[in-house]
Design a protein around this ligand. Structure first.
Ligand SMILES: NC(=O)c1ccc[n+]([C@@H]2O[C@H](COP(=O)([O-])OP(=O)(O)OC[C@H]3O[C@@H](n4cnc5c(N)ncnc54)[C@H](O)[C@@H]3O)[C@@H](O)[C@H]2O)c1
Length: 288
């Protein structure tokens, strides 16, 4: 679901979730990987609820354009920062810049990831390194950068974006879901335990299939940052066959706002007594 078209008409539009909530008034959030798709939708939802938002993405030009669009749409300050979060120092600078601009960080949403779906045996050494860097290091570095600030303020909400394939045993997902999303779940639980006495909660939301093209970008880029070679030709066909074989499921992809709604709950002050949890927002792809 990576190819975007300026003429995209969302098939899941009827399921788009809107909100009247204003849980983020006076709050500041960082959303990673938010130049497009789910990250863009999460950033907009949190800004709609009243937050000032910093969005970060390796697609430097696009993240700045998205920030301007979201600022215009929501009337809230949205700052776009470019950078590869897997590299040392980048996440630290993002947190420092956010504090300089907005005074604090209340919520961090770790959404950035690289959707590389291949069998383990087909990975080159270079792609293996990239898959681990862009699916593990991004989030680890962002958490490490933000936690000291949150401890100092004795307040914080961290939401990690997982993916259901970590627990369904889906083929082609050993790196993306097994290593990447599996580590999101492990990191969520262990970090939640580490900071439990310091006013910080850490939770994880796992989408299944989403219509990510329905991200509301009025002029989406025709070129995806995802390399077409990251998804083998038979992958989507085989995954669709597996999904069809499952008896119980809502049976359609999510509109990204349906996932963003769950993220916004975990990222807001009112989720104060919920930590170390994993929530599948996947139409019943996996249950409990
Ligand atoms: N698309 C799906 O159906 C699906 C299903 C399950 C889980 N997920 C998860 O949901 C999240 C969003 O998925 P999406 O479909 O919107 O993905 P996407 O590929 O459209 O967006 C990911 C964003 O992260 C950015 N990014 C990647 N590596 C980065 C890095 N090192 N530093 C900074 N930015 C970086 C990319 O440029 C991109 O804008 C991801 O964590 C993904 O694994 C997606």
């Amino acid at each position: 679901m990576s190819q975007q078209s300026a003429l995209h008409v969302a098939k899941t539009q009827a399921f788009a979730v809107r909100t009247e909530c204003r849980r983020y008034e006076g709050r500041v959030a960082i959303v990673t990987g938010a130049a497009q798709s789910l990250g863009r939708v999460i950033a907009r939802r949190i800004a709609e609820e009243g937050a000032s938002v910093v969005i970060v993405d390796i697609q430097e030009e696009r993240v700045k354009r998205t920030a301007q669009q979201l600022q215009d749409e929501t009337g809230k300050p949205v700052l776009g920062l470019g950078g590869d979060l897997s590299l040392p120092g980048v996440a630290d600078e993002v947190v420092a810049r956010t504090v300089r601009e907005f005074g604090q960080v209340d919520t961090l949403v770790n959404n950035a990831a690289a959707l590389i779906r291949m069998r383990l045996v087909d990975f080159t050494e270079e792609l293996l390194q990239k898959a681990v860097n862009w699916n593990v290091w991004n989030t680890l570095r962002c958490c490490k950068a933000v936690v000291p600030h949150m401890i100092e303020r004795r307040y914080g909400r961290i939401v990690n974006i997982g993916g259901e394939a970590w627990r369904t045993g889906a083929p082609f997902h050993t790196l993306l879901a097994g290593v990447g999303k599996g580590s999101m779940v492990g990191l969520t639980v262990t970090l939640a335990g580490e900071v439990i006495g310091q006013g910080i909660t850490v939770n994880c939301v796992s989408p299944g299939g989403m219509e990510t093209e329905a991200d509301g970008d009025p002029s989406p880029s025709k070129v995806s940052h995802r390399d077409p070679s990251w998804t083998g030709s038979d992958v989507m066909k085989e995954l669709a066959k597996l999904a069809a074989a499952r008896g119980v499921s809502i049976g359609r992809p999510a509109h990204p706002t349906e996932v963003a709604a769950a993220v916004a709950f975990f990222g807001a002050p009112e989720s104060s007594f919920v930590t170390g949890q994993h929530l599948g927002v996947s139409g019943g792809m996996a249950m409990l």
